[in-house]
Design a protein around this ligand. Sequence first.
Ligand SMILES: [Zn+2]
Length: 137
Amino acid sequence: MATLYDALGCSPACTLAELKAAYRALALSQHPDKRSGGASDFALVDRAWKTLRDPAARRAYDETMLRSRMEDEPLPPYGDYRLSQMDRRDDLYAADCRCGGTYVVSRLDLTGVGTECLVGCDECSLTISVVDDLSTR
Ligand SMILES: [Zn+2]
């Protein structure tokens, strides 16, 4: 995801003076009055500068950015399971999550003995790794 810093061509470590210089340079080259068809690009640049020049708004934005980056990162598997340890229901294999939810994997998601797939809990954000030790495909 492009950040407001990307819009200005700056890094989150840039000083206010650097952000301002970047904004001015972009405003000169990209302002809709000065070039055709770039209005939407400039709108983002403008919004970036108006947010980041305000220390409180910048801090809030940095926190939001950090949080969304952490959420994007997949959690490491909470546990390692083998298909043969799980409860079988027709073509589905299930295991209980500590939150009370269930990990469910379909036999169709597994591609053969020794392959591994990640299965998410249906209630929380935990993931387990399931190794297929049963399929004959
Ligand atoms: Zn869970």
